[in-house]
Design a protein around this ligand. Structure first.
Ligand code: AMP
Length: 414
C-alpha cells in the first residue's frame, strides 16, 4: 500500500522562482503561448461555453501590452486520426477576435515552414492562432522532434494551460527545454498555482478540507497529502460510506468499496495521530433506487436498511457542519456531498456551497477544485461567492495529491 510514504520531488536547487510574464522582455518577440481553448462545440461548430477562452484573454492582452506578438496554440477535442474539420480551431477565430478586441490570423497547421513564416510576418498587436495541436499524434506522445518544430514558432514560451499541465505532452512540457530563461507561466496557470499554494502551504487556520464525490479509491492520495495541512476533514458523498462501513456501520446498498475498508481505517487512524478531526455524515437522505424519482427517507448514516442507499447528506449533518465550515479561515472543497445532479438529492451539496460562501464573506480563503464540486458550484450560480474556482479537473486533483505537474516542472526547471 502506498499510504503515507514520502514522495519524490524535483531537486530543489534546480528550481527557479515562479517566472511570470512580467519577468520577460517581450518587446517585438514572438511569444508562443499554450492555452486551453478546448471549448464545447455544437453540431454547427458554435461555441456553447466560452469560459475557457475568456480565461486566457488577460494573458494574451498582457503579452500584447508588453510588445509581444502572441502565437497561440491549443488542442480541441480528441481527433482520432489526423486533421478533422469539425475540430479545427478556425471555428474559434471570430470569437477570439471579439473577446480580445484585436485582429486574429489563423493558419491551418501548427508546425512547418509556412507556419514559421507566418509567425515571423505577424504584425504587432495581432494574434496568430495555430491549428489544433492534436491533429498531430506526436503531440500527446510528447515527441521531442515535434516539440522542437513547435518551438521554432516562438522566441519565448508561456504555458497558460492548467487543464493539461498534468500531461507531459509536446506543447505542455517537452517544448519548454528549448526556451532556457525564456519561459514563464501565463496568468491562469500562475493563479492556479498561487491559489492552491494558499491552501497547501501556510493556509490560515483553522483549515478545513471537504472531500466528497463518488469513490475513495480516486481520492486516497488527496487525503494522504492533505492530512498534515488541515485541522478538519469533512468526508461526504458516496465515498463516506466506505468509512462508515469501516467503522462498523450498516450501509445497505450505498456505494461502498470493500477493497478499501482497510485504507479508510488507516486514513482515520492517521488523522487521529495528526490531530485532524474527521467528520462523517451523521444522517443521510436515502433512496430505494439510484434515481431522482426514487422513494426517500432520512436515517442514521450507520443504519441504512438493505435495499436502500445513501444519496445525500441529511439535515442533522448539515447543522453539525455549519459551525465548522463557518469558523474556518481556509476551506478547500473537492467533490459533492451527494448526487447533486438529482434535484431531490442536491440539498447537502447546495447547503455546503452556501456555508462556504458565508465563510468567504466572513474573510476565509475558499477554493473549489478538482472534482464535480466545480460543476456543482457553477450549476448553483455561486462561483462568484467563493475565493477561487479552479479551471482544471484532473490537473487540480493531481496538484492536491502533491504531485509535481509536468507542465509546471518544465517551466521551473532550468
Ligand atoms: P467525483 O468526480 O469523485 O467528485 O464524483 C462526483 C460524483 O459523485 C457525482 O457525479 C455525484 O453524483 C457522485 N456522488 C456523490 N454522492 C454520491 C452517493 N452518495 N452515491 C453515489 N454517487 C455519489
Amino acid at each position: 500500500m502506498q499510504l503515507f510514504k514520502p514522495k519524490r520531488r524535483i531537486f530543489a536547487s534546480k528550481l527557479r522562482e515562479m517566472p511570470s510574464i512580467n519577468d520577460l522582455d517581450l518587446k517585438g518577440a514572438r511569444v508562443l503561448v499554450r492555452v486551453d481553448f478546448n471549448v464545447p462545440l455544437d453540431d454547427q461548430q458554435n461555441i456553447t461555453d466560452d469560459s475557457r477562452m475568456q480565461a486566457h484573454i488577460p494573458t494574451l492582452k498582457a503579452i500584447i501590452e508588453k510588445g509581444g506578438r502572441p502565437i497561440v496554440m491549443s488542442h480541441l477535442g480528441r481527433p482520432k486520426d489526423g486533421p478533422d474539420e469539425s475540430l479545427s480551431l478556425k471555428h474559434l477565430v471570430e470569437h477570439l477576435r471579439e473577446l480580445s478586441g484585436v485582429e486574429v490570423q489563423f493558419i491551418n497547421d501548427c508546425v512547418g515552414d509556412a507556419v514559421e513564416l507566418a509567425t515571423k510576418q505577424l504584425p504587432e498587436g495581432t494574434i496568430l492562432l495555430l491549428e489544433n495541436l492534436r491533429f498531430h499524434k506526436e503531440e500527446t506522445k510528447g515527441d521531442e522532434t515535434f516539440a522542437k518544430l513547435l518551438a521554432n514558432n516562438g522566441d519565448f514560451y508561456i504555458n497558460d494551460a492548467f487543464g493539461t499541465a498534468h500531461r507531459a505532452h509536446a506543447s505542455t512540457a517537452v517544448i519548454a527545454q528549448y526556451f532556457k530563461s525564456k519561459k514563464a507561466f501565463g496568468l491562469v496557470l500562475k493563479a492556479e498555482i498561487d491559489n492552491v499554494n494558499k491552501v497547501l502551504h501556510g493556509g490560515k487556520k483553522p483549515v478545513t478540507a471537504i472531500v466528497g464525490g463518488a469513490k475513495v479509491s480516486s481520492k486516497i492520495s488527496v487525503l494522504e497529502n492533505l492530512l498534515p495541512k488541515i485541522d478538519h476533514l469533512i468526508i461526504g458523498g458516496g465515498m463516506a460510506f466506505t468509512f462508515l462501513k469501516a467503522q462498523g456501520g450498516k450501509t445497505g446498498n450505498s456505494l461502498v468499496e470493500d477493497d478499501f475498508l482497510e485504507t479508510a481505517q488507516k486514513i482515520m487512524q492517521e488523522a487521529e495521530k495528526q490531530g485532524v478531526k474527521i467528520h462523517l455524515p451523521l444522517d443521510s437522505v436515502i433512496a430505494d433506487d439510484f434515481s431522482n424519482e426514487a422513494k426517500r427517507d432520512i436515517v442514521d448514516s450507520k443504519s441504512i436498511p438493505d435495499g436502500w442507499m445513501g444519496l445525500d447528506a441529511g439535515p442533522e449533518t448539515i447543522v453539525a457542519l455549519e459551525p465548522i465550515i463557518e469558523a474556518s479561515k481556509t476551506v478547500l472543497w473537492n467533490g459533492p456531498l451527494g448526487v447533486f445532479e438529482f434535484e431531490h438529492f442536491s440539498e447537502g451539496t447546495v447547503k455546503t456551497a452556501e456555508m462556504i460562501a458565508k465563510a468567504t464573506k466572513g474573510g476565509a480563503f475558499t477554493l473549489v477544485g478538482g472534482g464535480d464540486s466545480v460543476a456543482a458550484i457553477k450549476k448553483f450560480n455561486m462561483a462568484e461567492q467563493v475565493s477561487y474556482v479552479s479551471t482544471g479537473g484532473g490537473a487540480m486533483l493531481e496538484f492536491l495529491e502533491g504531485k509535481t505537474l509536468p507542465g509546471v516542472a518544465a517551466i521551473l526547471e532550468d
